[in-house]
Design a protein around this ligand. Structure first.
Ligand SMILES: *[C@@H]1O[C@H](CO)[C@@H](O)[C@H](O)[C@H]1NC(C)=O
Length: 122
């Protein structure tokens, strides 16, 4: 009896440190995160995000050719799809910080890769 009460705090401490390690890993998503447009974003904001993200990407030598006609991410030809791709490229190119996916609160950081078919999100 005395033996188990003595070892209980040690056991809990071990459990705690084990758990926080797992949580930290989950929180960091094993490294990679992506940025997408919130589904509730209106068209004007989506269009504005595409323009500003693609424009700023140009200064780093990136471009948005994938969401132009014949680009791998052009289809589906919707603003939300194009905005998500552009916003993610911006997020990745500018350092993958929380504020790189802000877009006046229309950006959403996700731990699942939004890539589909031939459309590869960087
Ligand atoms: C866009 O970037 C890609 C990859 O860096 C490059 O191959 C392509 O030529 C660029 N397109 C334009 C229009 O600049």
């Amino acid at each position: 009896m005395a033996k188990s009460t003595v070892s209980l705090p040690v056991f809990c401490l071990l459990l705690l440190s084990f758990d926080s390690g797992i949580l930290l890993k989950l929180a960091k998503g094993q490294g990679k995160t992506w940025c997408v447009a919130k589904p509730s974003t209106d068209d004007a904001a989506l269009a504005s995000n595409i323009n500003s993200a693609c424009n700023d990407l140009g200064s780093l030598g990136w471009n948005c050719s994938q969401i132009q006609p014949n680009g791998a991410c052009f289809e589906p030809d919707t603003l939300i799809n194009h905005a998500s791709f552009a916003m993610n490229s911006y997020y990745q190119a500018f350092g993958r910080q929380e504020h790189n996916c802000y877009f006046l609160s229309s950006g959403l950081v996700t731990i699942s890769d939004p890539s589909y078919g031939n459309c590869q999100y960087v």
